[in-house]
Design a protein around this ligand. Structure first.
Ligand code: PGA
Length: 258
């Protein structure tokens, strides 16, 4: 009922030229995917990558969007600017933006509402730090990120949520499939409470944090996990396509590329 969605988050990697090369390698490898495939690229790569993706089954995503329609916001990019290039998804509130660029639940909320109003699908990232997990604050943190960061969304199933425990991002330390499933189950329960039970059943919730070709099958087999937000492993076509084909057959198909 929920179509799985595997999205690459390139972060600040790949020039436009390198990005085009990567998606050109990727296109034939993922053309038969059963899930939705997305690449979220640096803003300046968008025009070239959009052109390279034409006619493919890979959707284009951005990594941030400003909440104002236009105006005096030096360095920022509006939803309309993204839409003109066919961008469909936009990552909002990634933990790196919260950590290094002053992103708060309030700005996450404003960006999310602006993206939705413009017809973009936000991929809203939430997740606890190691300290928060170890001190038993995971649910409290997620509650706040949901009630504050997603406030005012009329249909939560119009967004994608990425659960990314901060301690698992880029560290090689993945949450176990059971841990991820349990926490994502909690997020869904909270969404049912705050929004509506029906929308909570429909909203797609990804896992993110050191997901790779080796652990994707186990993670994706869990009942609550509807996809992945992939950082490091999205930078190589063989690795990313193996994740897209997380089922056994796909892994076999691509194993000679790994
Ligand atoms: P990672 O990053 O896969 O490199 O851990 C995930 C993310 O930050 O979205």
């Amino acid at each position: 009922m929920r179509k799985p969605i595997i999205a690459g988050n390139w972060k600040m990697n790949n020039t436009a030229k390198q990005g085009v090369q990567l998606v050109n390698e990727l296109k034939p490898l993922v053309k038969d995917a059963n899930c939705e495939v997305v690449v979220c690229v640096p803003a300046i790569d968008i025009p070239a990558v959009a052109e390279a993706l034409k006619g493919s089954n890979i959707a284009l995503g951005a990594q941030n969007v400003h909440f104002a329609e236009k105006g005096a916001y030096t360095g920022e990019i509006s939803a309309d600017m993204l839409k003109e290039y066919g961008v469909k998804y936009v990552i909002i509130g990634h933990s790196e933006r919260r950590q290094y660029f002053g992103e708060t639940d309030e700005t996450v909320n404003k960006r999310t509402l602006a993206a939705l109003a413009a017809g973009l699908t936000p991929i809203v990232c939430i997740g606890e730090t190691l300290e928060e997990r170890e001190t038993g604050k995971t649910e409290e943190v997620l509650d706040r990120q949901i009630t504050e960061g997603m406030k005012g969304i009329d249909d939560i199933s119009k967004i994608v949520i990425a659960y990314e425990p901060v301690w698992a991002i880029g560290t090689g330390r993945t949450a176990t499939a059971e841990q991820a499933n349990e926490t994502i189950g909690y997020i869904r329960k909270k969404c049912a409470e705050v929004f509506c039970p029906k929308c909570a059943e429909k909203v797609r919730i990804q896992y993110g944090g050191s997901m790779n070709a080796g652990n994707c099958k186990q993670l994706m087999a869990m009942s609550e996990i509807d996809g992945g937000l992939i950082g490091g492993a999205s930078l190589k076509s063989a690795d990313f396509s193996a994740i897209v084909h997380y089922d056994e057959q796909g892994l076999k198909l691509n194993k000679d590329l790994l």
